[in-house]
Ligand binder design. Structure first.
Ligand SMILES: [Zn+2]
Ligand SMILES: [Zn+2]
Length: 349
């Protein structure tokens, strides 16, 4: 048996013994060393999920300790991060390399067991092999970095451009880092929490704005005139989405990555503004490109190795895995302001 944190129902997580997985043919087993909590894990806890019981968790790193039939023994002992999307690699969209649009995908930690545990099984292709010198905590944060890198790829960001990042949660902060790494001329970040804005400044923002404290439209006019070349929405708040067009320059681009409430709506003046300014609105879902898992992943590791991607500033809390039910309870009750939270399956409370 092993210890795992299981989502039993909406708002019910339990830390308990479950059978230790054995790798099936074509799979490797990861002995987990570091787990990072994703906003989507919190959403599955707070709002409920499609299936129960489920072991959550997809921002995970560890060491491969066993392999199934047909997988080379040479994997044993290698460090790896989980690539959570499990595409079919056969359908029309997979053939094109649009893996996140796969007709029949699985997702580790959402549609199959994830990594809030001591061990997890994954297909060989879903183990992203890493150099041994990369710290496990940094490796657990590769996945959210790849989402940010993918947003900039979709927005066709070019060095020397000006960007506005709406929302300084973990994806927004990763976007700030990638804008800095890729040579943005000006990075402006907005958030309603000053703590988030302080971290944004530390990781590369040139200017930060709190809409609760300043007149955003006026300040942005002062900072970027007719608008940014690229605006990145990472809040999922309808009022923030509605603001994206007036702050983006004519012919500029807006990339959307925040999950909006499905019962909300926008006035059609939004489309009118988009047409008049000839702005491109671009959706972003996950972080994949061909060859699988994509340049987003290899570039993240390169940026970690050369020190340009700062993960330490992103981590606000560390707990043993056994404390996950308490931690989620507190987050659900809005009692734990946080950035990235790392859980360690090898420590006990
Ligand atoms: Zn995530
Ligand atoms: Zn497919």
């Amino acid at each position: 048996m092993m210890k795992a944190v299981v989502l039993e129902y909406k708002r019910v997580l339990s830390y308990k013994d479950v059978p230790t997985p054995e790798p099936n043919p074509g799979q490797v087993r990861l002995k987990i060393k570091a787990i990072s909590i994703c906003g989507s894990d919190i959403k599955r806890f707070v709002d409920g999920h499609r299936m129960y019981p489920l072991i959550l968790g997809h921002e995970i790193s560890g060491v491969i300790d066993r392999v199934g039939d047909g997988v080379s023994e040479s994997y044993v002992g290698k460090h790896a991060a989980i690539i959570p999307l499990v595409p079919c690699f056969e359908c029309e969209q997979c053939q094109r390399g649009y893996y996140s649009a796969c007709h029949s995908y699985s997702f580790i930690g959402s549609r199959q067991s994830g990594g809030f545990a001591e061990f997890v099984d994954l297909p060989e292709k879903n183990a992203f092999i890493l150099p041994d010198e990369l710290p496990f905590e940094h490796a657990a944060l590769i996945e959210p970095s790849t989402v940010a890198r993918h947003m900039l790829a979709l927005g066709d960001f070019k060095s020397g451009e000006t960007a506005i990042v709406l929302g300084a949660g973990s994806i927004g902060l990763m976007v700030v880092q990638w804008l800095r790494i890729l040579g943005a001329k000006r990075i402006i970040v907005t958030d309603i929490l000053d703590d988030n804005l302080q971290i944004a400044s530390k990781v590369g923002a040139h200017a930060t704005l709190n809409p609760l404290q300043v007149d955003m439209e006026k300040e942005l006019k002062r900072l970027v005139g007719d608008g940014a070349d690229l605006t990145l929405e990472a809040t999922g708040v309808p009022q923030v989405l509605a603001q994206t067009l007036p702050i983006t320059r004519p012919r500029g681009k807006v990339v959307l990555a925040g999950n909006q409430p499905l019962d909300g709506s926008l006035p059609l003046t939004f489309i009118e503004n988009m047409m008049r300014r000839e702005i491109s609105l671009i959706g972003c879902f996950m972080s994949y490109s061909a060859p699988f898992p994509g340049h987003e992943w290899t570039e993240t590791v390169a940026a970690l190795l050369n020190g340009s991607l700062d993960m330490d500033t992103m981590i606000s809390h560390r707990y043993p895995l056994s404390m996950a039910p308490d931690v989620f309870e507190k987050i659900g009750a809005q009692q734990l302001p946080h950035q990235k939270i790392i859980l360690n399956p090898e420590e006990t409370a």
